[in-house]
Design a protein around this ligand. Structure first.
Ligand code: S3P
Length: 445
């Protein structure tokens, strides 16, 4: 998979990184704020929205269903929703670009309204399995036509008429699949029960409650939890404050840890307990990360971070932690490459179905830059030490692969180049400016 207008960039060692990193709004919460706003009756006002390719693709699609979305200034949006069950069939295909979250959540949101929509996206999104979302939605009466057994895009969905509530167990450790089912349950008659073994991110549950849905969450005796949603739901527009994205903060955090002499402050970062697996792991590795001023913002926990250069040591990262740091394994692999000893990351099967096969992409990038590793089944074991660098990494249209290996270049012996940085704009358009302001040396080729 290649981007036709690719822009390579290389990063190399320079002085210490210093200053304040104001990372943008959380991608998961931004997507949900627009989608719930478009489903709710009345007006939703959003501040701190992530202004990125993925979020804008979702906004475009939601207009197709009849919601009004207006950007009023950077991060400030107003959404006039239709009310649950009142979406219309969009004209033409919906192009979700690179966004797995946007497309999959919207599939759930339309699944119990009798309308038809065709979903498509870029080469990366068109290669990602949609069957994991649309197959469980069949329980509500959704029908679909996709490409092959994985139900690849272009994918046409026909929402159910008079949908009834369901009880579904989600075997996949995916917040996207869980969220799609929760959104579908909003317009199904009766109480739906959605259970999951893994404790994946719970932003949908929190935000649905804030919009007035009758939703409850209870732990299961055998582990995991069950979520109940009563339909048809009446959602009412509200105010949403989007906190700063810990998955974007991750790149500045690891950069500060591996570049000698660095000290970087990251104010007001989302610290939802289901999103902080990377911070927990880095602390176990010996990272100097101070978390202060913990507080609540928009129904989520946030706090201020100060990160200083640290001597890291290798650790075991248990498979149970994967849901709380699923997007952070590429950047953790970079931190592990600079640590003393081995870091074993267990249970990474979900990495194979991200914007790229991230397990494969990380392994290739490590190899090209002289870092030793082993892959055993779904585990990745990185041998840390000096990082030679000097490689040119293929990003496969994956923003997190690009930002992770640029981070590596900031501390490796020779510069690291990535073949394309255009995809970074899907989640973190200000990445290069922000890193340069901290002192990072990055050069276009
Ligand atoms: C997300 C869930 C995760 C994550 C993605 C955002 C979400 O995907 O990788 O970047 O907002 O629900 P999975 O649900 O497929 O694990």
């Amino acid at each position: 998979m290649h981007n036709a207008n690719s822009a390579p960039l290389s990063a190399r060692r320079g002085g210490p990184l210093k200053g304040v990193a104001q990372v943008p709004g959380d991608k998961s919460i931004s997507q949900r704020a627009l989608i719930l706003g478009a489903l709710a009756a009345g007006e939703t006002r959003i501040t701190g929205l992530l202004e990125s390719g993925d979020v804008h693709s979702t906004a475009g699609a939601l207009r197709g269903f009849g919601a009004e979305l207006t950007a009023e200034g950077p991060g400030r949006w107003r959404v006039k929703g239709t009310g649950v069950g009142n979406w219309q069939s969009p004209k033409g295909e919906l192009d979700f670009g690179n966004s797995g979250t946007g497309s999959r959540l919207v599939m759930g949101a339309m699944a119990t309204t009798p309308i038809t929509a065709t979903f498509t996206g870029d080469a990366s999104l068109r290669s990602r399995p949609m069957a994991r979302v649309v197959a469980p939605l069949e329980a509500f009466g959704l029908t679909y036509e996709g490409q092959g057994p994985k139900a690849l895009m272009p994918l046409t969905l026909h929402g159910a008429r008079n949908a009834k509530s369901v009880s579904v167990h989600v075997a996949t450790a995916s917040a996207q699949v869980k969220s799609a089912l929760l959104l579908a349950a909003l317009n199904a008659h009766g109480v739906s029960r959605i259970s999951q073994d893994a404790l994946t991110r719970d932003h949908s549950e929190k935000m649905l409650a804030a919009f007035g849905a009758k939703i409850s969450v209870s732990p299961r005796a055998q582990g995991g939890e069950t979520i109940t949603v009563e339909g048809p739901a009446r959602l009412t527009g509200c105010m949403v404050e989007v906190p700063r994205d810990p998955s974007s903060a991750a790149f500045a955090i690891v950069a500060a840890l591996i570049v000698p002499g660095s000290e970087v402050q990251l104010p007001a970062i989302l610290l939802n307990p289901r999103r902080i697996g990377l911070i927990e792991t880095l602390l176990e590795m010996g990272a100097k990360i101070d978390v202060t001023n913990k507080r609540s913002s928009g129904g989520e926990e946030i706090g201020d971070l100060v990160v200083r250069h640290s001597e890291l040591k290798g650790v075991e990262v248990p498979a149970l932690r994967a849901p709380s740091m699923i997007d952070e394994y590429p950047i953790l692999s970079v931190a592990a490459a600079f640590a003393r000893g081995k870091t074993a990351m267990r249970g990474l099967e979900e990495l194979r179905v991200k914007e790229s096969d991230r397990l494969e992409a990380v392994a290739r990038g490590l190899k090209l830059n002289g870092v030793k590793y082993q892959i055993e089944g779904d585990d990745l074991i990185v041998e840390g030490g000096a990082v030679p660098g000097g490689g040119t990494v293929t990003t496969h249209m994956d923003h997190r692969i690009a930002m992770s290996f640029l981070t590596m270049g900031l501390a490796s012996e020779k510069p690291v180049t990535v073949d394309d940085v255009t995809m970074i704009a899907t989640s973190f358009p200000e990445y290069q400016d922000l890193m340069r302001r901290l002192g990072a040396v990055m050069k276009s080729l």
